[in-house]
Write a protein that binds this ligand. Structure first.
Ligand code: AMP
Length: 219
């Protein structure tokens, strides 16, 4: 295994990045670093950071590059990230990708997986997505009656995220196309990009990603 296994998982909102990262983090014993989760945690805890970003996030816009780069820099200094990390939702702009390269130096990103899912499917997934406010478990709107609005894992309230409302979904997908899609060329030109079909069962997507990581001799 290389000194550090830093993997970037790219893909539209709703492509399944979070679900895949949870499996892959266990498989490779590296932390799942989701800037969205870190920011949502700050909003929920009502910290100064959370108060600063809440309205931007609820509207489906991006928070500043400077702020997320600082968060990731701090996260990389923690003990569990010394063997690498699975990056989910970061980088999201070219400026963030360049800052990440500078941050990691020679032992940088080993692979970028692009989880490819059509816009129509992610829109449907995001609109029907419900999440546990406590543990982040993901449900579909059709599950809500069966669980009486309460998380089967932890008993927390299962809600619809503000940014999973139609207007915010549209804004987030526009931001993806404008700010994040250029990263496909960024990582492609470095020979680091592999596209995986995200329109398969979650288990099949996991198997496809693990096969790529294995074929590249990364784990
Ligand atoms: P996510 O859960 O990754 O969809 O992120 C939720 C929200 O957090 C996004 O819509 C942004 O407002 C903010 N966010 C998360 N990651 C980033 C990032 N790398 N750059 C800017 N904003 C971010």
């Amino acid at each position: 295994m290389p000194a550090r296994l830093n993997l970037v998982i790219l893909g539209k909102q709703g492509a399944g990045k979070g679900t895949q990262c949870k499996h892959l983090a266990k498989a490779y014993a590296i932390p799942h670093v989701s800037t969205g989760d870190i920011l949502r945690g700050a909003v929920k805890a009502g910290t100064p950071l959370g108060l600063e970003v809440a309205s931007v996030m609820n509207a489906g816009a991006l928070v500043s590059d400077e702020l997320v780069i600082r968060l990731v820099d701090e996260r990389f200094k923690q003990a569990d990230a010394q063997k690498g990390a699975l990056l989910d939702g970061f980088p999201r702009t070219l400026a963030q990708a360049e800052a990440l390269e500078a941050l990691l130096g020679d032992d940088g990103i080993k692979l970028c997986i692009n989880l490819d899912v059509p816009v129509s499917l992610v829109t449907e997934r995001l609109s029907s997505r419900r999440v546990c406010q406590e543990c982040g478990a993901i449900y579909k709107d059709s599950d809500i009656e069966a669980i009486s609005g309460t998380c089967a894992n932890c008993g927390g309230d299962v809600i619809q995220r503000e940014d999973d409302q139609p207007d915010a979904i549209r804004k987030r997908l526009e931001a993806y196309e404008r700010d994040t899609e250029p990263l496909l060329s960024f990582y492609g030109s470095r020979g680091l990009l592999v596209t995986v079909d995200g329109d398969q069962s979650p288990d099949d997507v996991t198997r496809a990603i693990e096969a790529v990581v294995h074929d590249k001799g990364l784990a």
